[in-house]
Design a binder for this molecule. Structure first.
Ligand code: HEC
Length: 142
């Protein structure tokens, strides 16, 4: 009889261990994907820029703007009329500058020079957008 009760006690211990293990797995952290899903933010910010609202501080995943639209809104202010010595949109005005190489033109656009303000005043423009705009300006005077 004593022998049987020892076996019963051992069986009971095993059952308790299995139950504890099963219970513990219910609180397991889960896979990395499951954790990410649980702690993910409620929504994702997506700002759609429009011509009027372009001045906004938030630049998050908006669609890249078209070079001509950037030129019209920012660069043309000086470059159409040649304000403050800005090269007008003519081949003569641009030839010597183009001869310096596109990298030089991009560098002036990013950093400014003389009366040319840094980023041509388009502070929420990405580098890619500015490069596209310079390319567009150069192409349209050739
Ligand atoms: C406030 C007036 C002004 C605005 C706005 C402006 N520019 Fe200019 N830009 C100038 C002036 C002035 C120069 C001549 C600078 C010099 O060579 O000293 C110039 C020169 C340039 C050059 C020639 C740089 C070189 O190295 O020869 C590029 C390219 C250019 N601007 C691009 C742009 C772009 C792109 C924008 C708009 C995103 C823009 N500019 C907006 C005034 C302006």
């Amino acid at each position: 009889m004593l022998h049987l009760s020892v076996i019963a006690t051992r069986l009971l211990a095993i059952v308790i261990l299995i139950a504890a293990a099963a219970g513990a797995s219910a609180f397991a952290p889960g896979t990395e994907a499951e954790i990410r899903e649980r702690i993910a933010p409620f929504g994702q910010l997506r700002v759609q820029a429009t011509d009027e609202e372009d001045e906004g501080e938030v630049v998050a995943q908006r669609e890249p703007r078209d070079a001509e639209a950037i030129y019209d809104q920012f660069c043309g202010t000086c470059h159409i009329g040649g304000i403050a010595g800005a090269p007008r949109m003519t081949a003569e005005a641009w030839e010597p500058r183009i001869a310096e190489g596109m990298e030089a033109l991009y560098a002036t656009t990013f950093n400014g020079r003389g009366a040319m303000p840094p980023r041509g005043t388009c502070f929420d423009c990405t580098d890619e957008e500015l490069i596209k705009t310079v390319d567009w300006m150069v192409e349209s005077v050739q």
